[in-house]
Write a protein that binds this ligand. Structure first.
Ligand code: PLP
Length: 428
């Protein structure tokens, strides 16, 4: 085999190589790719070896339909404490009354909110997709927009900030039963209290989807929706730096309804290996180092934003308060998709993205979206953000200059060696 795997290959890896070397080699190649590139996708991160070990464990063997103490299968002596540890850590970390870590991922977790509180055809209000919303907040290609009646609010054309006057007007006129806050491309602090007030005025359930910012909230780098929201949903694999999965937290009064919506409403057996990985990630997120990571993620994003603006990049809302930056490339004479592809060839991984009021289609929109959680997890700080801005500027200025792109990719691979990411074991 043409690679060394960490400090010594363990039994699991030896077995994988013997059983299926094709998959093993692809995984190791992906590991190298994740190590040698600058990962600016704001919804991605690097989990620790500890999270990987729990997630890759024999807990995948066990069926556990139900909840701790109320299961439909025997043999839960060790699964119950694992799930209870995960939920009690979630409650403690976020100060929530109730938590449930069984949802398979962010979208199914959000579906549970609909099942708990809405009937088909009821009205749901969320932020417009092209203004930074998520498909599961009532977009027309999602079940949530097909089975329910979506209405939308957006950001102001002038400021790029959420327009609360518009949101209130839409809510009063359309009377949604459910109001979502949160999204996938919102670079500014979310005022959860303002949403809660609107929801109260129209007697709607208020759900805060903190998938992107859960780690910042846990680390004290973004205000929490817990005091204001009926339900808080989140993925566990973005800034929170856990395994792929999701959880919700709620007020006690909604606990039963929401639990029943997840199981038996939408799911069968929980993924116990993921539950254990979430428990480990929540323990990590309660340590002092995690606060440093959350603060540094924001500090890095602010420096990266300033450095990009100094080079003539047009940032939606003029900057960032969190881990995320949304860039309108119109003034740079290139559209999002070719820019994203050129940057990827150069070793900077990000995604093309619509910007608010985008005249272009989502398949090749005007913008790109970046974020700093993953680079912060591997120890990059302000000086490294300056270099990243320089490289981005170089590539965006000449997205078809393959010689320059290849030279940048080599520089970046070398640069990345000084910042080994958590959880990466490949040694050559
Ligand atoms: C990522 C994300 C989701 C969905 O997560 P999946 O696990 O991909 O289904 C939902 N809401 C928001 C705001 C997100 O950013």
């Amino acid at each position: 085999m043409a690679f060394r795997y960490g400090s010594g290959m363990n039994d699991a890896w030896k077995a994988l190589l013997e059983t299926d070397s094709e998959i093993a080699e692809l995984i190791v190649a992906e590991e190298r790719r994740e190590r040698d590139k600058i990962r600016l996708i704001p919804s991605e991160n690097y989990v620790s070896h500890a999270v990987l070990a729990a997630t890759g464990s024999i807990l995948t063997n066990k069926y556990s339909e139900g909840y701790p103490g109320r299961r439909y299968y025997e043999g839960q002596q060790l699964i119950d404490p694992i799930e209870e540890m995960a939920t009690s850590r979630a409650r403690e970390l976020f100060g929530a009354e109730h938590a449930n870590v069984q949802p398979y991922s962010g979208t199914p977790c959000n579906l549970a909110v609909y099942l708990a509180f809405l009937q088909p055809g009821d009205t749901v209000m969320g932020i417009e997709l092209s203004h930074g919303g998520h498909l599961s907040h009532g977009h027309n290609v999602s079940a949530t927009g097909i089975w329910f009646r979506p209405v939308r609010y957006g950001v102001s054309r002038e400021t790029g900030l959420i327009d609360f006057d518009e949101a209130r007007d839409v809510a009063k006129k359309e009377r949604p039963k459910l109001i979502w806050a949160g999204g996938t491309a919102l670079p500014r602090t979310i005022d959860f209290e303002a949403f809660a007030e609107i929801a109260k005025e129209v007697d709607a359930i208020f759900a805060a989807d903190i998938a992107h910012i859960a780690g910042l909230i846990a680390g004290g780098a973004h205000p929490s929706p817990i005091p204001f929201a009926d339900v808080v949903t989140t993925t566990t694999h973005k800034t929170l730096r856990g395994p792929r999965g999701a959880m919700f937290m709620s007020k006690s009064e909604h606990a039963n309804k929401m639990d029943r919506a997840v199981f038996p409403g939408l799911q069968g057996g929980p993924h116990n290996h993921t539950t254990a990985g979430i428990a480990v990630a929540l323990k990590e997120a309660s340590q002092p180092e995690f606060k440093d990571y959350a603060k540094q993620t924001v500090a890095n994003a602010k420096v990266l934003a300033e450095e990009l603006m100094a080079r003539g990049f047009d940032l939606v809302s003029g900057g960032t308060d969190n881990h995320l930056i949304l860039i309108d490339l119109e003034g740079k004479g290139v559209t999002g998709k070719p820019a994203a592809k050129a940057l990827d060839r150069a070793g900077i991984e990000l995604n093309f993205n619509t910007v608010p009021f985008d005249p272009r289609k989502p398949a090749d929109p005007s913008g790109i979206r970046i974020g700093t959680p993953a680079v912060t997890s591997r120890g990059m700080r302000e000086p490294e953000m300056k270099k990243i801005a320089e490289w981005m500027d170089r590539v965006v200025a000449a997205p078809e200059n393959e010689d320059s792109i290849a030279a940048t990719a080599a520089e970046i691979a070398e640069f990345c060696r000084a910042f080994p990411p958590p959880g990466i074991s490949v040694a050559d």
